[in-house]
Write a protein of this length. Structure first.
Length: 398
């Protein structure tokens, strides 16, 4: 019975091997994540007599090279949540934090939890790529928000509130938004107000035709009239136009990238067995559906729908001691924040559309009618949604 504890870091790992009662078989040593070092480590582990299990923590993507290499060599590997290791007692008053001590702590955890260790099964390439794409999509959305706020702040000095003049959704072909493209053509209030109404209508119509936007004569007159009422702080100089133009171009670049990500995420998702089932769920479109599949992964690795709820971090942990049994508790938030955000967006869509025949909405509306607070009925509906998701997907993939 050999417990191999591996403390993973970027590019290298610290490895130790112990047996029950604290018998150290191998003092902590470093292994670099190179093909030759990982092969030597695998050969060493396979040379140990008796049953051997390797345990390491989830550490971003750093654990994957060593976990995959050992798994491919037929070695039992278990990858556990760092919180489980962190909460595992070291029987020390003085806190010690080194790679060697961490490797030993992980090995001791492996001995203690030997029978409950779950074997690591690498995700297939499609699911791994899809998850990376989703995380990049989330990052670029954050960048987009900052870029838009920056452009709006700049426009407050030369074309106030121009972004509120358009309500058109983003264009499906390239992700562009009409107000951003409009600013590229008319970056300053003077570029509209100094023109006569007929001249602006002609110019605006030509621009709409060129960029495949719908032209409305009423909207053109509205924009022109609005420009007459506004005051600019910055003059319409080449420098000001340059600043506005570059900021708008940056937004368009990000919008095009996000559009490409959405298309690729949908393409990858469509190659997975649960795609059709997920897309049939109410409130789930191509974007949110792909994000759900990316964050949840293969449900076959989960024991039950409760495990899926726990993975989302929306399960309220019990809190009972003596005569105290707290009924109202906060959610754990120890799961995927990206999955929680996706669930919240889906619940928002369900509330807005009010599908009376949809089980999730019926459950949500029931909780709301009972006087439950907003966050409570939203989380309760997310619970219901995940249970339905698990049941329907499991029917398809098993």
């Amino acid at each position: 019975m050999n417990a191999v504890g591996i403390d993973v870091s970027k590019g290298k790992s610290t490895v130790t091997v112990i047996q029950p009662f604290g018998v150290v078989i191998a003092e902590p040593f470093d292994v670099f994540h190179t093909d030759s070092d990982l092969k030597k480590l695998a050969d060493f582990i396979k040379s140990l007599s008796g049953e051997t299990k390797v345990v390491m923590e989830y550490t971003g993507a750093y654990y994957e090279p060593i976990a995959n290499a050992l798994h491919n060599e037929g070695i039992f590997v278990s990858v556990v949540n760092p919180l489980l290791i962190d909460d595992y007692g070291t029987n020390r008053v003085r806190k010690v934090k080194t790679d060697k001590k961490d490797a030993l702590k992980i090995a001791l955890f492996a001995i203690d939890k030997w029978l409950n260790l779950r074997e690591y099964i690498p995700a297939d390439d499609i699911r791994k790529t899809l998850k990376v794409l989703n995380r990049q999509y989330i990052q670029y959305n954050k960048i987009l928000v900052m870029q838009k706020n920056n452009l709006i702040a700049l426009l407050d000095s030369c074309f106030p509130n121009v972004n509120t003049l358009f309500t058109s959704p983003r264009r499906e072909s390239d992700g562009h938004e009409k107000w951003v493209d409009f600013v590229l053509k008319f970056p300053h209030i003077n570029s509209v107000s100094k023109l006569s109404l007929s001249a602006f209508k002609s110019k605006y119509q030509s621009w709409c035709r060129k960029h495949n936007y719908n032209y409305s004569e009423t909207k053109a007159a509205e924009i022109h009239a609005y420009s007459k009422t506004q005051v600019s702080v910055l003059p319409m100089t080449d420098s000001v136009v340059k600043i506005i133009t570059e900021a708008a171009l940056l937004i368009n670049s990000t919008l095009e990238t996000l559009c490409a990500f959405r298309d690729e995420m949908d393409r990858l998702s469509s190659m997975l067995p649960e795609y059709e089932v997920v897309m049939e769920l109410y409130g789930v479109g191509k974007v949110l559906g792909s994000q759900l599949i990316a964050e949840i992964g293969d449900v076959r690795r989960l024991d039950s729908s409760k495990s899926l709820v726990a993975m989302a971090g929306i399960d309220p942990p019990p809190n009972q001691s003596g005569q105290v049994d707290q009924k109202s508790r906060s959610i754990s938030k120890r799961g995927s924040s990206a999955l929680r955000k996706t669930l919240f967006q889906i619940m928002t869509i369900i509330i807005q559309n009010k599908p009376v025949d949809e089980p999730v909405y019926q459950f949500l509306d029931k909780k709301r009618s009972e006087g439950k607070p907003y966050r409570v009925y939203m989380i309760a509906a997310a619970h219901k949604f995940l249970r339905i998701y698990y049941a329907r997907v499991m029917e398809t993939v098993t």
